[in-house]
Design a protein around this ligand. Structure first.
Ligand code: ATP
Length: 223
């Protein structure tokens, strides 16, 4: 298993009470699979993703990456070197070109990368469907679907095995959603990545290899 979540609890203190967003959560994910986590608005999907991407820390429980506690790996180290994150709003730097956005994490990671980073970045974008002329355009001059492709290329730039996406098609139309789903499938099935997508979208979920549902703090396989 690439990622194992053990007895995870996360809550907000509400006066005397604890409001649990995740309660005694146990779940594992493997490489080569595309997973979807479904849940209603406010059910805690983004919170779960924040925890497994080390953007936030749980009150108790542990998260193991390739058998090692991410606390031991170091949260910053884990985030820089082991996970790629994709957001609903893309979170690109609008005044940078597509290729410049992809280069940013490559200059921060400690993972070994080829010397010719620029070439790697162009190739990644090309693979995801952004050719050279669009790669050299400022991202605020690209469509939403194109920007999300750039964000996916950026998440892959550091050569990570774990790709986490928070509502990645939330701002896209159905055709574009299908194209993004196709990319996730390809990354999981052809490149052995572990892709975990948090979503409201039945379409994104139905095409995944396994669906989990988050309800009242409990994460269970979706029937
Ligand atoms: N700082 C905070 N203090 C108290 N409650 C909070 C805080 N931040 C978030 N919450 C609550 O935690 C719950 C889970 O939020 P989260 O964003 O993880 O849900 P979600 O399933 O991703 O929702 P959506 O699909 O609408 O993005 C929500 O009910 C939210 O109001």
């Amino acid at each position: 298993m690439i990622l194992e979540v053990k007895d995870l609890n996360y809550y907000y203190q509400d006066g005397e009470n604890r409001r649990f967003i995740l309660k005694d959560t146990n779940i594992s994910f493997e490489k080569g699979k595309y997973y979807a986590i479904l849940g209603q608005s406010g059910s805690g999907k983004s919170t779960f993703l924040s925890l497994i991407s080390a953007l936030d820390t749980p009150q108790n429980g542990s998260i193991l990456f390739n058998g090692q506690d991410i606390k031991g790996i170091g949260y910053d180290h884990y985030r820089r070197n082991n996970v790629g994150i994709i957001f609903q709003n893309y979170n690109l730097i609008p005044t940078f070109t597509a290729v410049e956005n992809v280069l940013i994490p490559m200059s921060i990671t400690e993972n070994p990368l080829p010397d010719d980073k620029l070439n790697v970045a162009y190739n990644l974008l090309d693979y995801i469907g952004i050719g050279k002329s669009k790669a050299d355009r400022r991202v605020n001059q690209l469509s939403g679907g194109e920007q999300q492709r750039v964000a996916i290329a950026r998440s892959l730039a550091t050569n990570v095995e774990l790709i986490l996406a928070d509502e990645p098609t939330g701002n896209l139309d159905e055709d574009m959603e299908q194209e993004i789903i196709a990319i996730f499938k390809k990354l999981a099935h052809e490149h052995q990545k572990c892709v975990i997508v948090v979503t409201h979208s039945q379409e994104v979920a139905q095409q995944s290899d396994q669906i989990f549902q988050l309800k009242k703090g409990v994460l269970t396989p979706y029937e």
